[in-house]
Design a protein around this ligand. Structure first.
Ligand code: DLL
Length: 430
């Protein structure tokens, strides 16, 4: 089942033609309206006329999270602010958030992408879609909600939390498609069984899960717990949100919506474009977005692309499940976290930067502990209060609450080389 068969099953020749046209127009739009990127192009000696086809893409400069930070908040905006109707946001490297802007046209394009994902998971206007991604600045809730409306599904805008009530609604309203992070899906599945229910007591048939890495092992577990088929979905705030790529019935990688996003794989160290089938960093060029059109945006996600027709009939290029990152960003309970953000809070609260972050997954929920050396002059009775204060300072910065452990001075191993700041015990990749 396709949402837009003409595009999703387009011949390679026609897709390339469409991409060429859109890319040329987009480069011109950006050059004329975004002085920040125009400067980058001028520094590289590239003019819009130099970009005639997608084979010229490599001539353009990259853009990265650091640029988004430098240009925060309006520096990469390509239309007058009055033409924008929405923002979404995600946390950034130094606590400054990444803010993405959307025109109504951009929202329509985005909804179209998530409508394709819902249709590929078997969704039609007969379906009841329960959206348990967070609503708000995070793109998950709004993204799947928009696609669900577009397909004409009855949409339950639940957001996450209150799991028993989620299950109650699921039963009462006969939800057929669940949209949330894979870890929350597994948690819903476990809660269902704890409530003495089985998949036969609910009508779910499919789930659309993403926003964090998950394994095929976890997929099988969720499918069994909920009695569904589980589909992967990928996206990032900088390129609109979920729906940049989505899985079809073959469940072997995600089709990229190439009419809107041109993917490339580069060597993360040299920036060189790698041949098809190579593992490297995924880079996207938005060719239809008007308000916040990033050209050659470095996602930092490590991935492999494969071309060719899929058994589902789609010709859209496929990306493998992301296999890691080329930076140190962690995704904890669906929230992007950089060690540098944690360090900044610890230091600004008067602690020495001797710390270790331990992340694990227990019962499908991420645990997040920060070990930190207590100051030599801290009194025993102060420790719980200090731990609580740090935990709430980190919650303010990150949006999620870590457990702080103030340990004895000099007890965190000093390293002779690079400090090992993060111990991630989760098995997130196959
Ligand atoms: O996580 C958008 C999203 C919402 C995608 C709902 C899917 C579903 P950000 O918060 O900006 O946006 O985080 C983007 O999350 O660069 C990847 O590292 C990671 N990520 C997103 N989807 C997947 C996935 C949303 N399916 C960052 N598998 C990206 C693995 C994913 N990692």
């Amino acid at each position: 089942m396709y949402w837009n068969e003409e595009i999703e099953c387009m011949s390679r020749e026609d897709m390339t033609k469409l991409q060429n046209e859109r890319l040329c127009a987009q480069v011109k739009h950006v050059y004329e309206n975004v002085p920040y990127y125009r400067d980058l192009m001028d520094k590289k000696g590239v003019k819009p006329e130099d970009i005639q086809t997608i084979d010229d893409l490599h001539k353009l400069p990259f853009i990265s999270k650091a640029d988004l930070r430098d240009a925060y908040p309006y520096g990469l905006l390509a239309v007058p602010l009055k033409d924008c109707v929405r923002i979404h946001s995600t946390s950034g490297t130094t606590g400054k958030r990444v803010v993405a802007f959307y025109t109504q046209e951009d929202i329509d394009m985005w909804n179209d992408c998530t409508a394709r994902a819902i249709t590929a998971a078997g969704g039609t206007s007969d379906d009841v879609v329960q959206v348990c991604y967070g609503y708000g600045l995070f793109t998950g809730g709004a993204g799947l909600d928009g696609g669900s409306h577009k397909v004409g599904c009855l949409t339950l805008p639940m957001s996450s939390g209150n799991t028993e009530r989620q299950i109650q609604f699921m039963q009462d309203l006969g939800s057929t498609i669940l949209c949330c992070t894979p870890s929350y899906a597994a948690y819903i599945g476990e809660t269902l069984h704890e409530m003495g229910l089985t998949p036969d007591d609910i009508k779910l048939k499919a789930g659309i899960f993403g926003a964090e890495p998950w394994t095929n092992e976890m997929r099988r577990q969720i499918e069994e717990l909920l009695g569904i088929k589980a589909y992967d979905i990928y996206g990032l705030t900088e390129t609109s949100g979920p729906g940049v790529a989505f899985e079809c019935c073959e469940q072997s990688g995600m089709h990229i919506n190439e009419d809107n996003f041109i993917p490339e794989i580069i060597d993360p160290d040299t920036g060189e474009v790698l041949p098809e089938g190579s593992k490297g960093e995924l880079v996207f060029t938005s060719i239809t977005k008007k308000a916040f059109p990033l050209l050659r945006y470095r996602t930092r996600d490590i991935c492999v692309l494969t071309k060719g027709k899929c058994s589902c009939g789609r010709t859209l290029i496929k990306m493998a499940k992301p296999m890691g990152r080329s930076d140190d960003m962690m995704i904890i309970r669906g929230v992007n976290v950089f060690p540098s953000q944690i360090e900044a809070v610890l230091v600004s609260n008067g602690y020495a930067p001797n710390y270790q972050i331990v992340v694990d997954r227990v019962n499908n929920t991420d645990t997040f502990d920060v070990m930190l050396e207590r100051p030599a002059d801290a009194l025993d009775y102060e420790i719980p209060k200090r731990e609580k204060a740090l935990s709430s300072a980190l919650k303010t910065m990150l949006g999620i609450t870590p457990k702080i452990h103030l340990v004895a001075p000099k007890s965190i191993a000093r390293s002779e080389g690079k400090a090992v700041r993060v111990i991630d015990k989760r098995k997130l990749h196959d």
